[in-house]
Ligand binder design. Sequence first.
Ligand code: TXA
Ligand code: MG
Length: 323
Amino acid sequence: MKTQILQPNKYNLHLCAEEIRGGGLVAFPTETVYGLGANALDEEAVKKIYIAKGRPSDNPLICHVANAEQIDRIAYVTPSALKIIRAFMPGPVTVVLRKKNVPNVVTGGLDTVGIRMPAHECALDFIRECGVPICAPSANTSTKPSPTRAEHVLHDLDGKIRYILDGGQCGVGLESTIIDCENNLLLRKGGLEIEKIESVIGKLGSVSDSPVPLCPGMKYKHYSPDAEVILALPSLNMRDRIRQFYDKSPQKTVIITRGGDYGDRNVFDVGRSLNDYAHMLFDAFRTLDEQGFERIICEGVPEAELGAALMNRLLKASGGKTI
Ligand code: TXA
Ligand code: MG
């Protein structure tokens, strides 16, 4: 199968919606990362997602919708979900609710479903044109960093899908925050800051408060480039520690930094703000792999606001290797 990158004009959106209605897969941009979409109500189509990604079938998919009516058709909305929907949708947040009419293949056999309304014009136009909820995981091969550009999707899924809608580089760059709205628990840190969500629905519990694993995807390895990732924990002397560690590294090494001065050592500068860092992180991982680096040292950040999700992804990518 030949894979084409398409600009999201009217004609191409129609072509992609036809592909979805015919039981095919289409990759599309969102404000967080690119998704690999299928008609959530078509079991055979959804199965193709797991095959294309090499994803374990007990790891449920998020359903993407274009309006609140579509949410009512696939889930029972709780009061806390309603507050999140009103305050933050469309936006980088997913609510987990008791499902209605959603096939088991989408939800990994769970009786709940994750739902999200992406804040991206192309995604919303595409979902509207399809006329059905679109279930989609991130459009990477399982365990690889989520794609934040159409070219990343092509790299991972070339020959496996017909179309990739190109919406440019994703604005947020990290996946959505996931909230279990049945139990008011935080399941995954992500693009919408927890402080903002708690200001609307009150204090959230965390997954570790629950006796059963609630977010199946979290048990799998994630987000790692081929290079070894080392996370420098933030402190006043962090950059000194990084310089020393770099100088002792026998491998071809690079530092991901927010504007640090590392002399003539290899650096990848992601900009200054937490938003810039989040926006560039997965792109940096893929670019540095392509450039043949074997070790990537990442500057850590304080765990507030977007820093919480960033540190979560950095820790996962490092497999817990910190300095
Ligand atoms: O930003 C995002 O969320 C992106 C874009 C494409 O929307 N999607 C994304 O999907 O990151 P994925 O499949 O890579 O991650 C979804 C996570 C998985 O960890 C999965 O286990 C969890 O959501 N999840 C989905 N449905 C769930 C449910 N009913 N209960 C608990 N966790 C669920
Ligand atoms: Mg993913």
